[in-house]
Design a protein around this ligand. Sequence first.
Ligand code: GAR
Length: 193
Amino acid sequence: MIKSFGNKTKVAVFISGRGTNFKSLFYFSKKKKSKVQICIVISNNKYAKGLDFAKKHNIKFQIYTFKNSLRDELKVLQILKKKKIKIICLAGFMKILSKEFIKRFKGKIINIHPSLLPKYKGLNTHIRAIKNKDKFSGATVHFVTPKLDSGKIILQKKVKISKIDTENTLAKKVLKIEHKLYSAAIEKILKKV
Ligand code: GAR
């Protein structure tokens, strides 16, 4: 399990794009009673919007394309070790990490996924839920294992799909709950220490 000894638990956030989940994690980390500190952001995309937020708030970040995934993962591992990172939060990180990387951080990598897992692993979750005429969708925070979107669920929250929902409106609804769910999931795993 994740151990924090009095001081704040050091977190790395991995992003690929917009970074709104990263932003909400950052604001959560800045709360008075927060037990986490975001020490580094890793992005595989130099144009990721979330990097602007990192710059603005003086959060250290590093960009690795992960095109040579072995080389880049080794470099990332070195940084995480140097910074004593205890939790990795994947927040819209659209690269699949290698089995070796995941093993190295076993039980310490978590991900947010825009569906009620185990439904709709992978991409295009909202349109799949609408096409299947599901009554509910939602978001899930889970531990990352080598099998895509299949690790143990930490927290999940539902939203209702209305008849007039489109992929866009549903994505917005789900994103809104994601922002609360991610920090609640971190609190939950830290309480278990
Ligand atoms: C979020 O909806 C997140 O759940 C999803 O990407 C979006 C990132 O938004 N993640 C995945 O689909 C991972 N399989 P953000 O960059 O604004 O946080």
